[in-house]
Design a protein around this ligand. Structure first.
Ligand SMILES: [Zn+2]
Length: 311
């Protein structure tokens, strides 16, 4: 097993290049594992790892099985956690006839993996399962996974399952449904009204879709939280000033979404680690800031153009 930064780096790069690695699973598909869900490719991860030096590297014993060392590479906001055990060797030796870059696992293949439930390195076998995403947003059906021989928990996901996982993730989100404090929909409608005097409720989806895309592309998801907190504080201050009680009224927001909007929404959920409801509230607070507070002429012009196109 590789020891020290240089050995670990070259072992990780070699594994990524050959596809000879497994994603750790605790019975679900960890949505923060962007490589497993196909949000980033192995090539991108290799580039980031190549740019690491010793200062980006640390290691520690695994919290469940201390005999196994977890190697951590942190760089540019990314965290890669890698552990080595014999699985990789076993899998590699198992198929000496095939090209290592095209290694395909089948149902019934066996290997080893770390099982947190059994708190040990365990034997596993590959089989097909329906596996939920860790954030509760849907299930990837019938994907090939490694299952613990002892407790039957899903413990490993091979890279060959990633395309199916990515597709499942996209397909699952067909609509966005949330119950929000009524004031958020009022604020969104007021922003729409400010952009276009004939704004109808159908524009809510258009505005939100536009903002999801903008925030994802600019990787500005992280700024949403403080903006939302400021919005809530300002709202409370206004209510206090006018001697009003906080209202408990809620309204339902329900939108059918296409795959592009679904992808952007899911990417933002990942970036921000917010719940769906919190994310929608924070994006509406952002729209309020841009359109009603700052009155950003560029933003307003883009939205006006969108409204015209949507008709
Ligand atoms: Zn187990």
């Amino acid at each position: 097993m590789p020891k020290g930064f240089r050995a670990v780096r070259s072992a990780v790069v070699a594994a990524l290049e050959s596809g000879n690695y497994l994603h750790v699973s605790r019975g679900d598909i960890e949505v923060k594992n962007l490589l497993a869900i196909g949000e980033v490719g192995a090539g991108e991860v290799i580039d980031i790892i190549h740019s690491c030096d010793g200062s980006h590297y640390s290691s520690r014993p695994h919290h469940v099985v201390p005999a196994i060392e977890v190697h951590v590479l942190k760089r540019r906001g990314w965290v890669h956690q890698v552990l080595f055990h014999r699985t990789a060797d076993v899998v590699h030796q198992r198929s000496p006839m095939s090209n290592p870059t095209m290694k395909i696992l089948f149902e019934g293949d066996t290997g080893q993996a770390l099982c947190e439930r059994c708190q040990a390195l365990v034997g596993m076998h590959y089989t097909r399962r329906d596996v939920p995403f860790s954030d509760g947003q849907g299930i990837a059906r019938d994907i090939l996974v490694g299952v613990c021989d002892g407790c039957d928990t899903v413990v490993a996901i091979p890279p060959q399952s990633t395309p199916a996982i990515r597709e499942a993730r996209k397909q699952q989100l067909k609509s966005i449904e949330a119950r929000l404090p009524a004031v958020y929909l009022d604020v969104l409608d007021a922003a729409m009204q400010a952009v276009c005097s004939e704004a109808g409720a159908h524009l809510r989806k258009l505005f939100l879709a536009h903002y999801f895309q903008r925030l994802v592309q600019a990787r500005q998801g992280m700024g949403l939280q403080p903006g939302h907190e400021a919005f809530v504080t300002a709202l409370e201050a206004q209510q206090r000033q006018r001697g009003l009680q906080a209202s408990g009224a809620t309204r339902r927001l329900s939108m059918k979404v296409n795959t592009h909007m679904a992808e952007d929404f899911l990417a933002l959920l990942q970036q921000t680690r917010m719940s769906q409801t919190e994310l929608l509230k924070a994006v509406i607070a952002r729209i309020q800031m841009d359109v009603l507070e700052v009155r950003d002429p560029q933003v307003i012009e883009v939205l006006q153009r969108l409204v015209r196109v949507a008709g």
